[in-house]
Design a protein around this ligand. Structure first.
Ligand code: FMN
Length: 482
């Protein structure tokens, strides 16, 4: 099942043992972020959990983080599927979007604070790289609308709290939120904008999907949830927001108003430099009576940000390959969870239909996604098991013959501007690599006993009193073919 509220999702995670409450009072200027950093830096993925900080100094509102993207298990729970069903859920949702429905009364508007009463400091907005970030940052869904088409966009753009009534948002060229605000400010009008804090989980996951401009993330979220997402009109700006969210921050981008934004700890593992970005005047904060604050943990990978973006974008990539580009020979796609899809490593499983097919698919992946490395393997490889992928690389990939370099594909900005990829020198272009690790010759059979013997040995293992195990997919694939 999927969850129509963040609070229901958090309770369900707790029941499954995937969420921890932290009862000790925490200081939002450093503790929630630093504790989340330890979780991601120290614990293996399967031991991570969502975090709910119940007592926050200076605020009555608890903070949740890492619940959507502690690991693949919490992400799958947010979609209401098993981990193996994540990619299929995305394909279904992209192919069958469900438009949202408008409602008049919304939990997210039980309390309305507007005009001179607006005071951002009552919200427990964390500092995410304590000691390095310029200040507290809102790290949640940003909703904007195209003035001409009326279509709404949702993305996550880090947003610096400048003072009680203004923020500076990282609305940057190339992103849909920025494009939408330009449709208003370009005509001399203030652009409506809103931050949606602790929306239904699927809405958060859809917001980080790389979709074509004009495709509405909220309709994909509806499809992921299997029902239209209830939306309500904002109180002070011309936008609709998820009615079941915990908190909404409404505002306006006024033409020409900018300020310096950053530094902020970037998802790629380095501090991002400072740049000029639009200022937003906050016009209202609306909320449930006893709201929960949600902030996505980003900065040094692996993080919640990289986990949710990689899993979401792998689903979108697979759908693009199979449905939009007709590559039905491709059966699965995975993006490593460290870089959130952008500049990451995509691994694709397929059954090549002709010589060169895997290379062709590799080129399509490089062109259709923002990853930096592409590895194509056969279907008998578990693409989520790096030791299995390494084995395929070692045994089926001949570097001189099976490598394609794609040069000049992305631009590394001038010194002092936002730098995402430190491997590329300033003012030059980045490149991509495609590795075809599919088998090109008949390699004979695997060096494992036949399946019948291996299965019989499972009984012998038990009789010998050896410790129980679950058969890993890697072993199953190999034994089935032995
Ligand atoms: C915590 C977090 C912070 C993010 N911050 C930014 C950001 O500041 N700028 C940006 O362009 N993308 C950022 N992203 C990635 C975008 O949200 C993502 O690429 C999304 O698809 C953008 O939406 P759009 O394609 O509709 O513009 C962030 C993602 C997360 C999870």
């Amino acid at each position: 099942m999927t969850y129509s509220t963040m609070r229901d999702f958090l309770s369900a995670l707790e029941t499954k043992g995937l969420l921890r409450r932290i009862e000790k009072p925490v200081d939002p200027t450093w503790e929630p972020a630093a504790l989340a950093k330890w979780m991601y830096q120290a614990l293996p993925a399967e031991k991570r959990f969502g975090m709910l900080f119940e007592k926050v100094l200076g605020s009555d509102i608890p903070i949740a983080t890492a619940a959507l993207g502690a690991n693949t298990a919490t992400y799958a729970a947010a979609l209401g599927v098993e981990p193996e069903g994540i990619n299929a859920a995305w394909a279904r949702a992209c192919l069958n979007p469900i438009a949202p429905k408008e409602v008049k009364n919304a939990p997210c508007q039980e309390v309305v604070i507007s005009g001179k009463d607006v005071r951002l400091s009552y919200l427990p907005i964390p500092v995410w790289t304590p000691g390095k970030d310029k200040g507290p940052y809102i790290t949640t869904i940003t909703a904007t609308r195209d003035l001409d088409t009326g279509k709404q966009n949702m993305g996550v753009y880090r947003t610096l709290v400048r003072d009680e009534k203004t923020v500076v948002s990282n609305l940057q060229p190339g992103r849909h939120g920025y494009a939408n605000t330009l449709t208003w400010t370009g005509k001399g009008r203030p652009a409506p904008i809103a931050w949606v804090i602790a929306a239904p989980p699927a809405v958060h996951l859809a917001a980080v999907a790389r979709l074509p401009y004009g495709a509405e993330e909220i309709a994909i979220a509806g499809a992921l949830m299997g029902a239209p997402v209830p939306m309500v009109k904002c109180k002070t700006v011309d936008l609709c927001v998820p009615a079941e969210a915990e908190i909404i921050v409404e505002g306006e981008v006024h033409p020409g108003e900018t300020d310096m934004e950053g530094p902020f700890g970037e998802f790629a593992g380095y501090m991002g430099p400072i740049d000029r970005r639009p200022v937003v005047r906050i016009t209202a904060i609306t909320q449930r009576k006893n709201p929960i604050y949600y902030g996505l943990t980003s900065q040094m990978p692996p993080s919640e940000s990289t986990t949710i973006q990689s899993l979401t974008n792998a689903g979108i990539l697979l759908k693009t390959l199979r449905h939009d580009l007709g590559e039905i020979a491709v059966s699965d796609a995975f993006i490593d969870l460290t870089y959130g899809g952008l500049l990451a490593h995509a691994i694709v499983a397929m059954k090549p239909a002709y010589p060169g097919h895997a290379k062709k698919v590799g080129r399509l992946v490089a062109a259709a996604s923002s990853v930096k490395r592409v590895t194509v393997v056969d279907e008998d490889v578990d693409i989520r098991d790096s030791s299995h992928v390494d084995w395929a690389m070692n045994s089926r990939y001949n570097p001189a013959r099976d490598t394609i370099l794609v040069d000049d594909v992305y631009y590394r900005t001038k010194a002092g501007q936002v730098c995402i990829d430190p491997s590329v020198a300033h003012n030059t272009m980045g490149s991509k690599v495609i590795c075809d690790a599919t088998l090109k010759v008949d390699a004979g059979t695997f060096s494992l006993p036949p399946k019948a013997i291996m299965m019989k040995a499972l009984d012998a293992w038990k009789q010998a009193g050896l410790p129980e195990f679950e058969i890993p997919k890697r072993a199953r694939l190999r034994i089935d073919a032995s």
